[in-house]
Design a binder for this molecule. Structure first.
Ligand SMILES: Cc1cc2nc3c(=O)[nH]c(=O)nc-3n(C[C@H](O)[C@H](O)[C@H](O)COP(=O)(O)OP(=O)(O)OC[C@H]3O[C@@H](n4cnc5c(N)ncnc54)[C@H](O)[C@@H]3O)c2cc1C
Length: 391
């Protein structure tokens, strides 16, 4: 194995303490959360209390001011423990809070970020709509500027779907057209709070996997959004698409990081299982097919890890380009799904039983190839970087 050089001893000490937190505060309740379709709010509160939310947000806004590698450790440990249903915690800290930090006004940062770090507010990002996922330029939600006797505001209308943390959310970054005639150039990001009249949550969607993660529809019917809730204030009107594009590398790397950690965990569980399981009087591990399959998967997981670690290094230096991040997202999530499939096979029928972590990991892996930009869209971006344009 190639030794990892990304982390120092403080990161590794943090890894231990976060892994212990997961075993103490998540493991005993995880099955119940899967049954109910959402993680208890108490877990969010405890994560906030222990400083595990918004770790890379500066201290003046309530975060820990830690480097991104602490968040990488969190993503790896969540995947390593087989708790993909906690993806909403890292989305809250490393995607939603980052939009507010990077593009919000000082007032917006001071208002929302400390509440997100303490879990008083849970965050979500609402881009996808029933008719627009990959093609975000085609979103239909509109936020039309209006005025009445009480002053100016945006009138927000539209619906969103597949929203991670949607059911828990207290603050949602909503992507809407402020100038519908201008296409992508007419897109803005609005901060919509729970309780605003006309903002309603739909049902929690039943999913193949990630069952403890709430994923919801959101509806906006004539929601009166104050002008102050435009992310970044008035200079950012119609600039939303640019903000979305600038965050993509880190968002895609988060999925690659989880993919590699989940794949490695699955390989490790399977190695343990095949040594124990006896078939025709001998351990499954002694069959050449088992040994070669696991050797191949371990090789690919190792290649993926070295690539992802290098990408993280580049990201930390602000040098990671879109195409390379897209390669990491696509290749690692494909590998994750392949590893899960092969490992389920080696578990035999037990690999299809929900009580086995490998079964959950198999189901949890599948959307990794879909969200964060589908892997086909990743290939579009990679091919464009090679000067290969579609007709
Ligand atoms: C569990 C889960 C959580 C999610 N969380 C969020 C969230 O928090 N916020 C949010 O906004 N969204 C979220 N999403 C939505 C996710 O981002 C979209 O599902 C994704 O972008 C794909 O969009 P779509 O589902 O509309 O698929 P479509 O865009 O309809 O794609 C259908 C198929 O067409 C292919 N395709 C599309 N365009 C092209 C092209 N140009 N070339 C080749 N093939 C193409 C796609 O790759 C795919 O195979 C989540 C989804 C899931 C499953």
């Amino acid at each position: 194995m190639i030794a990892r050089t990304l982390f120092d001893s403080d990161h590794e000490a943090f890894r231990d303490s976060f892994a212990r937190f997961l075993q103490k505060e998540v493991a005993p309740f995880y099955e119940q959360w899967e049954d109910q379709g959402y993680v208890d709010r108490e877990l969010w509160r405890k994560a906030g209390e222990n400083g595990f939310l918004c770790m890379s947000i500066p201290e003046e806004y309530g975060g820990a001011g830690a480097d991104k590698l602490y968040s990488v450790v969190q993503m790896e440990e969540i995947a390593n423990a087989g708790f993909a249903g906690l993806i909403g915690l890292t989305l809250h800290s490393e995607i939603v809070a980052k939009y507010i930090l990077n593009y919000g006004t000082e007032e917006q940062k001071l208002n929302y970020l400390p509440k997100m770090a303490s879990a008083e507010m849970v965050g979500a990002i609402a881009m996808s709509e029933p008719g627009a996922g990959s093609d975000l330029q085609g979103i239909k939600a509109t936020a039309v500027r209006q005025s009445d006797a009480a002053g100016d505001f945006y009138l927000l209308n539209g619906s969103k779907t597949f929203i991670t943390n949607g059911w828990h959310a207290d603050i949602v970054v909503v992507v809407a057209k402020t100038n519908p005639a201008a296409g992508a150039k007419g897109t803005s990001l609005l901060l919509v709070e729970r309780g605003m009249a006309g903002f309603e949550k739909g049902k929690r969607l039943k999913k193949l996997g990630m069952k403890a993660q709430d994923t919801s529809e959101l509806f906006f019917n004539n929601v009166r959004v104050p002008l102050d809730n435009l992310l970044g204030g008035q200079p950012q009107e119609n600039q939303g698409f640019i903000c979305l594009m600038q965050e993509l590398q880190w968002e895609r790397m988060q999925l690659a990081i989880s993919a590699v950690a989940a794949a490695q965990a699955a390989i490790d569980w399977t190695v343990d299982y095949v040594k124990e399981r006896k078939v025709f009087g001998q351990a499954v591990s002694t069959y050449q097919n088992t040994r070669y399959t696991l050797a191949e998967l371990q090789t690919e997981a190792q290649i993926a890890r070295v690539f992802v670690d290098k990408c993280i290094e580049e990201l930390m230096l602000n040098k990671l380009d879109v195409a390379t991040a897209s390669m990491a997202k696509y290749w690692c999530s494909d590998l994750q799904c392949k590893v899960m499939d092969e490992c389920v096979q080696l578990f035999g029928g037990y690999g299809y039983m929900w009580e086995y972590p490998i079964t959950r990991a198999y189901a949890d892996a599948r959307p990794q190839r879909i969200y964060g930009g589908t892997n086909e869209i990743m290939k579009e971006l990679i091919s464009r970087s090679m000067g290969l344009a579609a007709k």
